[in-house]
Write a protein of this length. Structure first.
Length: 168
């Protein structure tokens, strides 16, 4: 009888432990990327490729790794800073390197500001950062290749649709 009781308790303990799985797989817990479309300034409903585009974070020498470097693209996805309320990028059209190793091409600076909102996703994923009240501006210059930037979605909660349009 005692052996039976021990087996029964062991069975209950095993069942209890097996039903408590840790949530250690994070499927949907990524901070969203900002989606930028490049638009034809002469035909504002059409996407337009930027030739040999390079995207670099302002103040760094690192190329943004969420977009293919020096390719012809009409849409990019870039990360926003999760620890600051502003992010700036150098957008370099016709990017190349000269014989001295210096960057050549047309360089414009896109400045983005926003409010950060931390959102608890799950135990496995932890917190993600979403962004509200997005605004975009360009550093002005007489020779900008970008005509203007327009925010079309001021809340960045996913990377499924366009947030900013850049007209060139």
């Amino acid at each position: 009888m005692r052996n039976r009781a021990t087996c029964f308790l062991f069975f209950l303990l095993a069942m209890g432990l097996s039903s408590c799985e840790k949530d250690d797989i994070c499927v949907e817990g990524n901070t969203p990327l900002l989606v930028i479309d490049f638009i034809n300034v002469a035909a504002t409903t059409q996407l337009k490729n930027v030739n040999d585009l390079r995207v670099v974070g302002l103040g760094t020498t690192a190329v943004v790794n969420t977009t293919t470097d020096r390719t012809d693209v009409n849409t990019i996805r870039v990360p926003l800073k999760t620890n600051e309320d502003t992010t700036s990028f150098l957008l370099i059209r016709n990017s190349a390197t000269n014989d001295a190793g210096a960057e050549t091409g047309d360089v414009d600076t896109l400045m983005l500001s926003y409010e950060r909102v931390e959102d608890f996703t799950s135990r496995a994923c932890g917190f993600v950062v979403n962004y509200n009240n997005l605004s975009a501006s360009l550093v002005g210059s007489a020779d900008n290749w970008i005509d203007r930037a327009l925010v079309v979605r001021a809340q960045v909660i996913n990377s499924d649709s366009t947030h900013v349009q850049i007209f060139h």
